[in-house]
Every structure is written in structure tokens, then in C-alpha cells.
Design a protein around this ligand. Structure first.
Ligand SMILES: *Cc1c(COP(=O)(O)O)cnc(C)c1O
Length: 247
């Protein structure tokens, strides 16, 4: 197999650079996170060999399976980007440096308690459902401020910013509205100056909409398909309402 992953990466990096130039941003201010759900170890390794260092997983099980490979590359970092059930918290905090998907108090509490036991802290983002789509996770924009304030009481959690999934199969303008909404929620939260809440990270933009996300201020974009190709499992497997087992 010729190294398609490497070629795809080059193309994505180029498009990122163009989007940065077009919006007057510095290339180094936007990080590329590779979303690796269902991706084979072989492809993952190609990305690591091409120099990529930031990866995101949706499930604890897949994190565990991929961990041995990750350990061979010492600059590599994992984030958790999927829906997190409280009973999986323990498995996830072992492997990752940032959790993008904290969207409810109960999850914050579970993380807080696990981290106390382990005598560590964890960086988190608060996930907001900016598209108001039923099938997606995230706190509603209306409750975001309150949730961040409540989460800020948990001393083992460092709140670094916000994450969202833009409206899918939508026009650029509809998607842009989602990203603008996230940015405006970030501004409202910053104004409150909650203790230990930093709010500098905006995780938004995927294969279909990362250019718009960069124009609207993303600091991390999460790209899967554009680098690794189509997945064999539908996203509903990761995003479906039925996965909300612990609420
Ligand atoms: C799968 C996934 C992505 C990447 O999606 P692509 O469209 O394949 O780029 C980004 N964010 C989250 C939360 C995901 O689950």
C-alpha cells in the first residue's frame, strides 16, 4: 500500500495553512487532532511516522487496544473526544491528556472523584450542542454558563475551553452559525472570570467543515475521514442517543 495517509495529511495541512492565511491567523495557533475511531493500527502508525502527535479516540476500549502502539512514539498525545459514560471514566483518565466531551455535572463529578483517588488533575473541555440536534451530545447553549460554573468547583478539573460538533450535512453558513455560537459562549464565560477556568481552547471543525471552523477561531480541529478514509461503522454507533446508558 502506498502511503495514502501521508498524502492526505499533506493535503489537510495545506488546506489548514490556506484557511489560516485567509483569516489572518498563525498556522501554529491551530492544532490538528486526528480522530482515530475504527482506524487500523497500520494507518495509525503511518500518521505517527509522518510526524503527527495528536490523536483522539471515542471509546475506552479502542484507547486500550491502541495504547501499546502509542507508547512506541514518545511525543504522541491522546485526547478523548467521544461520549463518556461515568463507568468508563477510570479507563479513560489513564491514557489521555485532555477530555473534550464533558457535557454534564454527573460526569464532572465522576471525573473529579476518580482523579482525587489517583491524586492527579485533568484538562477538560465542555462540550456544547450548538446545532440543537437531538442525536448529538453536549450541554445546551442555554445551560453552558451554569454548567461551567458548577464544574469549576471541582479542583481536579482544569477547564481549558469548549468543544462542539457543527451541524452535519448542512450549508457552510449553518455550520458557521454553530461555530460562532460556541465562540460567543466562550466570550460570555471569559467575562465571568470563574476561578481556574481558562477558556482559550476551541475544539471545532471536522473533515467537512474544518476550514470554516478555522475562520471562526478553532484552536483544535478534529479530522478523521479526510486523512484515514471512510469508516466501516456509521457515526451513529458513536453518537447515538441509545448510547446514553448511564443517565
Ligand atoms: C469522528 C469524529 C470526528 C472526525 O470526523 P470526520 O468527519 O471523519 O473528520 C471529529 N470529532 C468527533 C467527536 C468524532 O467523533
Amino acid at each position: 500500500m502506498s502511503n495514502l495517509v501521508e498524502e492526505n495529511l499533506k493535503s489537510v495541512r495545506q488546506q489548514m495553512e490556506l484557511a489560516c492565511q485567509a483569516s489572518g491567523r498563525k498556522t501554529e495557533d491551530v492544532k490538528l487532532l486526528l480522530a482515530t475511531k475504527t482506524v487500523t493500527l497500520e494507518k495509525l502508525q503511518m500518521a505517527m511516522q509522518a510526524g503527527e502527535v495528536l490523536f483522539g479516540e471515542n471509546k475506552a476500549q479502542e484507547l486500550r487496544d491502541k495504547f501499546p502502539l502509542m507508547q512506541q512514539y514518545n511525543r504522541v498525545e491522546w485526547h478523548f473526544i467521544g461520549h463518556l459514560q461515568t463507568n468508563k471514566v477510570k479507563d479513560v483518565v489513564k491514557y489521555v491528556t485532555l477530555i473534550h466531551s464533558v457535557d454534564r455535572l454527573k460526569l464532572g463529578q465522576a471525573l473529579y472523584q476518580q482523579l482525587i483517588k489517583e491524586n492527579k488533575t485533568m484538562d477538560i473541555l465542555v462540550q456544547i450542542n450548538t446545532s440543537y440536534e437531538e442525536s448529538k451530545f453536549g450541554a445546551s447553549p442555554e445551560t453552558a454558563l451554569e454548567l461551567v460554573e458548577q464544574l469549576s468547583q471541582f479542583e481536579t478539573l482544569n477547564i481549558k475551553g469548549l468543544m462542539t460538533i457543527g451541524k452535519l450535512n448542512a450549508t457552510n453558513e449553518e455550520t458557521r452559525d454553530c461555530f460562532r455560537l460556541l465562540k460567543s459562549i466562550q466570550a460570555q464565560i471569559k467575562e465571568k472570570s470563574f476561578p481556574r477556568v481558562e477558556m482559550d481552547v476551541l475544539s471545532m471543525g471536522m473533515s467537512g467543515d474544518f476550514k470554516v471552523a478555522i475562520e471562526e477561531g478553532a484552536t483544535i480541529i478534529r479530522v478523521g475521514t479526510k486523512v484515514f478514509g471512510e469508516r466501516y461503522l456509521p457515526d451513529s454507533y458513536y453518537w447515538d442517543e441509545n448510547a446514553r446508558q448511564d443517565e
